[in-house]
Design a protein around this ligand. Structure first.
Ligand code: WT7
Length: 648
């Protein structure tokens, strides 16, 4: 990394100490780091005891055949029992597990006792449909409680679920059903999206014309819209579950029994089926949820705004929070339906105390204006989380000021579908936070930054993020492709897990994530990260959002091209564009000044909110636009093109 860009991050000197009251009562204190570094495996063995095991494990880690790990291998447990039944047995059956808020304003609150009955009925229904331990079940549902119930029902009987995000196309579903060879699909007639029912079932019908092996489709009725039904194959969820017993005795499964497959698209190639197993995964999901969010299950109201179709939904809506007996909010819809204050209305309505969301959402709220959250009572919030991409310091500070009343600590959590659970994050009662930095590997986790030759870089330098020791919730392989697992993650740096992210260590040794390695630009021999230029642009009062790409350039190798969305108050003029270039130059150094700045109304994003820089590079390099099928909004690219002056 160039020294110019490094200097910039080190200029971020704002520091925020943990609130004294939170620190005094925190679930995890600084001692955990020391304890875990003295005896890492002993530390995880202790965390595994948060769970209820039918057979207690005596082994912690088997790393005799790296990179194939086994955690707690001789233990047996039932994941659904851990997430539901044991809380009821502990006398907490009346505690609300889920406050469901539908987009149209309907909703229901489900206690742990009710959840136990629903999961048991669904498990019995799966058994009636011939699903047995080891089968794969595809789940394609909106954000409704049945999505949680379906996942837990699978876990209960030992079927491996593969949740496919409800916004994906029939083709994407088909390839995932095919790859996992799913036997059953669970879907819904539709869900509510931007004020309207949006059909889901037709995508399954279409997908099933392309793949074999699916015996039944279980259909939840959510919207009541007209739905094609294939006699003999399709079964209504409510019909089959209503006639099941609410009793189901959970059997213990091996700690390494496959819990779920979740596909990540990555930048190239066919989607990778990331495989997670049971005991280690649940241990780390539960521990990190307890430690990073400081969850007090009796009093907190937790809300993670992710979709269940992403790993964030798996680990921090379903498995972590429920294993910990949390009360949480699940919201079906979009943040601007029916108005742009919907999230804050929900926080106020349920008294949400812990909020976990993504930088892309935070920047959208900034763009909509400070006055919107200001209309609601957000005083219940005590911990704020961020995940999904690096959070720019400006967005971080806005989040803290306008959502957290300048008081709630922010935990910027770095992890991946592959890591299964949070790996690098501040601890809210311990860490003095720095806007824009995920800071430090959690207790029991070993991460560092290395250079091209795999040498650990000194503080103050940048390189590649690697994980140097196996961790309980690590992926076990890529489904059906062990070699690709080895090649993708374990071959770049011998014996270390290559995350694919650029990162820096500051003078204190704290880690700053710089985005995917593929997103680093090489300008006149200097490595400049897209994240840093984007942060600099968003640091200007006229800019709401930005995306930066490196376009091939005859003189400099790559040239920086920035796409920016202006705030409502700013208008595009040649002077403003020049001022923005100068602003980046002042913040990061002249080398980082964008060669071109293009003002646009939207940016192309995936459904999980990641900017698709590849498509912007196509524009910047004057090419035909590539594959847009994973865009959240397929019309965005033509909108962007129509807003740009024709290039000569
Ligand atoms: C990639 C993983 C983890 C759940 C959601 C995304 C980026 C994630 C952060 C963060 C900087 C982050 C990384 C990572 N990322 N969190 N706090 N700071 N970057 O899961 O789709 O598997 O993506 O998201 O680039 O590698 P995913």
């Amino acid at each position: 990394m160039s020294n110019e860009s490094l200097a910039n991050l080190l200029k971020e000197e704002r520091r925020f100490a943990p609130p004294a009251e939170l620190a005094a009562g925190a679930n995890v204190t600084a001692a955990a780091y020391a304890q875990a570094s003295e005896d890492r495996l002993g530390f995880w063995a202790e965390q595994a005891r948060r769970l209820s095991w039918a057979v207690e494990p005596t082994e912690t880690l088997d790393w005799s055949n790296p990179p194939f790990a086994k955690w707690f291998a001789d233990g047996r447990l039932n994941v659904a029992y851990n997430c539901v039944d044991r809380h009821v047995e502990a006398g907490l059956g009346d505690r609300v597990a889920i406050h469901f808020e539908g987009e149209p304003g309907d909703g229901r609150s489900i206690t742990y006792a009710q959840l136990k009955d629903e999961v048991s009925r669904a498990a019995n229904a799966l058994l009636e449909l011939g699903v047995t331990k080891g089968d794969r079940v595809a789940i394609y549902l909106p954000m409704i409680p049945e999505a949680v119930v379906a996942m837990l029902a699978c876990a209960r009987i030992g079927a491996t679920h593969s949740v496919v995000f409800g916004g994906f196309s029939a083709d994407a579903v088909a390839s995932r059903i095919q790859d996992a060879r799913a036997r059953l699909v669970i879907t819904a007639d539709g869900g509510y999206r931007r004020g309207k029912p949006s059909a889901l079932k037709p995508a399954i019908d279409e997908a099933l014309t392309k793949v074999d092996g699916v015996e039944h489709v279980l259909v939840v009725r959510r919207t009541g819209q007209d739905t094609p039904f294939t006699e003999g194959r399709d079964v209504w969820w409510h019909e089959i579950t209503e006639r099941q017993s609410a009793e189901h005795t959970p059997q213990p499964h091996e700690a390494e029994h496959p819990l779920f497959i979740l596909y990540t698209s990555g930048t190239t190639g066919k989607p990778k089926g990331i495989l997670h197993t049971s005991g280690g995964y649940l241990t780390q999901a539960a521990y990190t949820h307890h430690a990073v969010f400081d969850l007090k299950p009796a009093t907190d109201v937790y809300w993670c705004t992710a979709d269940i179709g992403w790993v964030t939904g798996h680990s921090y809506i379903v498995y972590g929070p429920l294993a910990n007996g949390a009360t949480q909010v699940i919201y079906e819809g979009t943040p601007d339906t029916p108005h742009q204050g919907r999230f804050w209305e929900i926080v106020q309505k349920y008294g949400v105390t812990i909020l976990y969301t993504a930088p892309t959402a935070i920047r959208t709220f900034m763009k909509w204006g400070d006055d919107i959250p200001a209309k609601f009572d957000l005083s219940s919030l005590r911990v704020l989380g961020s995940v999904g991409e690096p959070i720019n310091p400006e967005a971080w500070v806005w989040y803290r000021e306008h959502i957290g009343a300048g008081r709630a600590p922010i935990v910027d959590t770095w992890w991946q579908t592959e890591t299964g659970a949070i790996m690098i994050s501040p601890l809210p009662g311990v860490t003095e936070t720095k806007p824009g930095s995920a800071q430090r590997a959690l207790p029991g986790i070993a991460a560092t930054v290395v250079d091209d030759e795999a040498r650990e870089v000194p503080n103050g330098s940048g390189g590649y993020l690697v994980l140097t020791e196996p961790w309980p919730s690590m992926l076990r392989t890529i489904w059906g492709d062990d070699q690709r697992y080895i090649d993708t993650y374990w071959s770049r740096f011998q014996g270390r897990y290559f995350a694919g992210d650029g990162a820096k260590k500051d003078e204190d040794g704290d880690i700053w994530l710089l985005g995917r390695v593929d997103d680093v630009m090489l300008v006149s021999g200097h490595n400049i990260s897209t994240t840093e230029v984007e942060s600099a642009l968003v640091g200007h009062p006229a800019v709401a959002e930005s995306a930066v790409v490196g376009a091939t350039d005859a003189t400099t190798g790559q040239a920086i091209v920035a796409f920016v969305i202006l705030r409502g108050t700013a208008t595009e003029t040649p002077e403003l564009v020049e001022e923005l270039r100068a602003h980046v130059g002042r913040t990061l150094g002249p080398i980082a000044k964008p060669k071109q700045i293009k003002v646009v109304g939207e940016l192309p994003k995936t459904r999980s909110g990641k900017i698709m820089r590849r498509l912007l590079r196509d524009i910047a390099e004057g090419r035909e636009i590539g594959d847009t099928t994973t865009l959240a909004d397929s019309t965005v690219m033509s909108l962007i093109q129509s807003q740009l002056p024709p290039t000569g």
